[in-house]
Ligand binder design. Structure first.
Ligand code: SOE
Length: 383
């Protein structure tokens, strides 16, 4: 391996910018992180990828992932869900480490192939569940692991957005089952289910039984522009419509092996909620509440106390905070990407496994799949 890690990134829109920003911040704020070269940016639209290459600070671009995955030390797969499997598997087979956006794949079969490829490869494979890397979430995990909440009884997770509540909001690949696999369920629910597993899994075990319900409120939407780029960005105008083949919202109830029970919900129709990812956990001794809209805070109920206290998680000894600003100088959504990139690239440089792994991504995908099965069969399913 060369002195610095060369990185090839597939995807240059929302997630491409979030990860490129993280890579640029690392040497400034995490000087102990391995050195990284933003080597190749990959995309199908040559003009757009060339422009993004300059903007995001990459050395060159390619329009074909097959030319890149064996030539770099690390491959980031930030493309739509149906292009997660083949490029990631090819990279792992070539000994290239892979960081893949969530959900792991658009089908359980592809997720299984990816999990197996990661098992068979000596390279590091990680899934980008960025919300695990919020300092307040790490703090919550420490409280739960140290037994401060006691036995876990309840987990309640919601991820609420409203960008599709307007029936004229444009169709995009996120509305297409063949590309995305599912809608709010895979895009948002994957985050919540991963957080639940991360936070309480060591005490409550895995989710072993669940029932799910999926809902599509608007089943046809106007197609913008016509080309791929405008489909992604929502730009352009057209009178054509296209069918929505995924859910706009889901709800699920679940039980954990050790007896805790959970409810989960995500929606793109929660009018007034922009990007609110919340999790609440109640245990025999204490409880906690977290909302992404106040991501520097954790509400904690401690044993013997009459009410919740709000803990501002910005002290130097809070996870990752010593890398940023003095106490009370809050951090934001983009910092979660810096933290996860730091952990992932450090694991790559050390030749170690990264958590969350492709195995974690696969476990989440099994649960997403079980929620869909439960909805279509109309009954609880064992996982
Ligand atoms: C969807 O709107 C989305 O961008 C997700 O794809 C991300 O994973 C989530 O973090 C924010 O919302």
């Amino acid at each position: 391996m060369s002195e610095s890690l060369s990185v090839g990134v597939l995807g240059y829109r929302f997630m491409g910018r979030a990860h490129a920003n993280a890579l640029a911040r690392l040497p400034m704020f995490f000087p102990e992180a391995p050195a990284v070269e933003r080597s190749v940016l990959i995309g199908r639209d040559e003009e757009a990828v060339a422009e993004a290459t300059d903007q995001l600070g990459f050395s060159e671009y390619s329009t074909d992932w097959e030319d890149v995955v064996g030539d770099v030390d690390v491959f980031y797969n930030l493309g739509p869900n149906n292009v997660h499997a083949d490029p990631s598997i090819a990279a792992l087979e070539a000994g290239t480490s892979v960081f893949c956006e969530k959900p792991l794949a658009h089908t359980l079969e592809d997720a299984e192939r990816m999990r197996d490829a990661a098992r068979d490869s000596d390279a590091t494979a990680g899934i980008a569940f960025n919300y695990r890397f919020i300092p307040a979430i790490r703090y919550a995990k420490e409280l739960i692991d140290s037994g401060e909440l006691g036995e876990i009884h309840h987990v309640r997770g919601t991820y609420l957005q409203d960008w599709l509540v307007d029936p004229e909001a444009p169709w995009s690949w996120r509305n297409d089952e063949e590309v995305a696999g599912s809608g709010a369920l895979g895009d948002l629910g994957a985050h919540t289910i991963d957080l639940a597993r991360f936070l309480v899994g060591d005490r409550a075990g895995e989710i072993d039984r669940l029932s799910g319900h999926l809902k599509t409120f608007v089943d046809e939407r106007p197609v913008p522009g016509g080309d791929e780029a405008s489909l992604e960005s929502g730009g352009g105008e057209s009178t054509e419509t296209r069918e929505v083949t995924v859910d706009d919202a889901y709800t699920a109830q679940a039980s954990f092996e050790e007896g805790a029970i959970a409810t989960f919900e995500a929606s793109r129709f929660a009018n007034g909620r922009k990007n609110d990812h919340s999790i609440e956990i109640e245990g025999s001794k204490g409880s906690l509440k977290f909302s992404l809209e106040r991501l520097n805070e954790l509400e904690v109920l401690r044993e013997g106390s009459r009410g919740y206290e709000t803990v501002l998680v910005t002290d130097p000894d809070d996870p990752y905070i010593d890398h940023w600003w003095p106490p009370g100088h809050v951090i934001g959504w983009e910092h979660t990407f810096v933290h996860e990139n730091y952990e992932f690239l450090s694991a790559v440089a050390e030749g170690e496994e990264h958590t969350p792994s492709f195995e974690d991504g696969y476990r989440v995908q099994e649960l997403l799949d079980a929620i869909e099965r439960s909805d279509s069969e109309g009954e609880w399913v064992d996982v």
